[in-house]
Design a protein around this ligand. Structure first.
Ligand code: ADP
Length: 484
């Protein structure tokens, strides 16, 4: 489907709705702390609204609502849950332009990219509405003539979902849709940078007939909310997407109540281009991987290794493409711009050459020029750190074994990319890259039907695909005694 762009005024349907709900201009602090916090548009630096600041008390109340609604929700036929999810899908689709506009305003990506995010989100809702009906167990060949054995799958129970700001709609549904499909009830904490997409999604879920308490929203004091979620014995699972540091904190916080954990943590993607690659295809793939969403994706090319024989030619073409494409969209906030400046200065000090960009833009909002650095080396901070912005650092290599060692260096293991026309080499890299997602001659891989997730310290569990609903299900083994 295509999403019509909407006008650039706040005429989209949801904004008046949010105003009446007291979420936007009035800033009704709701119950609880009585405080609220502002939401800032990255494109202008201006405040676009404010939302109530919630903490532990509101989190505990949301958990209680999730617990109270669990028996009803898990007791529905999977088909009935699927029908509600498909109604939600229909409403998201009908309001696609409004949702894209909300994402665009609070997250900063272009309307076109925001439209693509809505389309991606729709695909996850549809996929898991379908999967709701397919949570099969097993019959197990017996080992004893007097016993029959089988396994069934049950919802995990109340689960918590904590999501970041880079895909404020898609990452919410990537967790909530399988959870709801499985029969779990959910307490969702979206990022404080981007609460409106989640508010709009919940509004639509209620209109779709999702019963009260099945999906609740909390945001505000992130650490306090995280603590309350971790401490609650009622919360049986926690699904988190965000930084490795916060992921570790949530893992240790969940130890006392032995929660099931799904963690999508940071990446540090190698993007390897061999001398036999289709250079135009590699360029296109690299630009999509590196500059989509202003470089703010956890699967973005972070370390770009280009074979020495094509290095200069490739950089020339890349710089031309980047200049031709023009300015990148805004980054999420001022700290992100400061981080880009710091990484570029560090790289330059250690011998990198700025081939284009390299500086923040002096205009309102949070902008950094699309940047290409050549002569990057592993001593630079951008080798180890997830850049999360429009800075492309290119490393020169000549030896296959050496580039594989560099690509696998470090604790991250989310996504890796390789461009080569050699089938043998492609397969060697598929087997040896220590990453959960491998792109061969492609720069973007995410979709609802494939399992997404990291190896090593990039995370635990998979989202999407057949596997994505597993986290929200428990397996129960039953052994039935039968007369001989
Ligand atoms: P990012 O750098 O992408 O913002 P974070 O890990 O800081 O990554 O944020 C991801 C999500 O985790 C956001 O919803 C954020 O509010 C939340 N978060 C941050 N700190 C904590 C914490 N201590 N406990 C629970 N959630 C947290």
């Amino acid at each position: 489907m295509t999403v019509e762009p909407v006008s650039s005024t706040f005429s989209a349907e949801f904004f008046p709705q949010l105003v009446t709900n007291g979420f936007l201009e009035k800033g009704d602090p709701g119950e609880g702390s009585g405080k609220s916090f502002p939401v800032i548009a990255p494109a202008s630096g201006a405040r676009i609204g404010q939302v109530p600041e919630m903490g532990a008390a509101e989190t505990r109340a949301a958990i209680a609502r999730a617990r109270a609604s669990l028996d009803h929700w898990r007791g529905l036929l999977p088909k009935a849950r699927a029908e509600i999810l498909m109604k939600w899908h229909g409403l998201i689709r009908r309001h696609a332009a409004d949702l894209a506009y909300i994402i665009h305003c609070e997250q900063g990506k272009s309307l076109q990219e925001a439209g693509r995010e809505v389309v991606g989100a729709l695909a996850y809702v549809e996929w898991y509405a379908e999967e709701a009906k397919r949570t099969y167990g097993d019959t197990i060949p017996t080992t004893d003539a007097k016993k029959r054995m089988f396994s069934t799958r049950e919802p995990l129970g109340v689960v918590a979902a904590i999501t970041p700001w880079n895909f404020p709609l898609a990452l919410v549904v990537r967790k909530c849709a399988p959870a709801l499909a499985a029969g779990c009830t959910v307490v969702l904490k979206p990022s404080e940078e981007t609460p409106f997409s989640a508010i709009a999604l919940l509004d639509l879920a209620a209109r779709a007939g999702l019963p009260d308490g099945v999906l609740s929203l909390v945001f505000g004091r992130a650490e306090e909310i995280g603590q309350a979620l971790c401490d609650s014995p009622e919360v049986r699972g926690l699904s988190f997407t965000g930084s490795t540091a916060v992921g570790r904190q949530l893992m240790s916080g969940s130890a006392a109540t032995v929660k099931k954990l799904s963690m999508e943590l940071g990446g540090n993607a190698p993007f390897i281009i061999f001398d036999d690659a289709d250079v135009e295809a590699a360029l296109e793939g690299l630009i999509a991987s590196k500059f989509r969403n202003g470089g703010q994706t956890c699967v973005a090319a972070n370390r770009i290794f280009v074979h020495g024989d094509i290095y200069e030619r490739f950089i020339g073409r890349l710089v031309a493409k980047v200049m031709e494409k023009g300015d990148a969209g805004p980054l999420i906030n001022r700290q992100a711009v400061v981080k880009m400046t710091r990484l570029v200065e560090d790289a330059e000090r250690k011998g990198a050459v700025i081939r284009c960009g390299g500086r923040p833009r002096s205009r309102p909002g949070f902008y950094f020029q699309p940047t290409v650095l050549s002569e990057a080396s592993p001593e630079m901070a951008c080798f180890d750190q997830e850049i999360f912005g429009p800075v492309a650092a290119l490393y020169r290599f000549s030896d296959e074994a050496a580039v594989l060692e560099l690509a696998n260096r470090g604790a991250a293991g989310l996504a890796a990319y390789v461009y080569t026309e050699s089938l043998n080499r492609a397969w060697r890299f598929q087997e040896r890259l220590a990453y959960g997602v491998v792109g061969i001659n492609v720069g973007t891989t995410s979709c609802e039907s494939a399992p997404f997730g990291g190896l090593n310290q990039s995370g635990l569990g998979r989202e999407g695909g057949r596997e994505g609903i597993d986290f929200y299900l428990e397996t129960k083994y039953t052994c039935l005694g039968v007369p001989g």
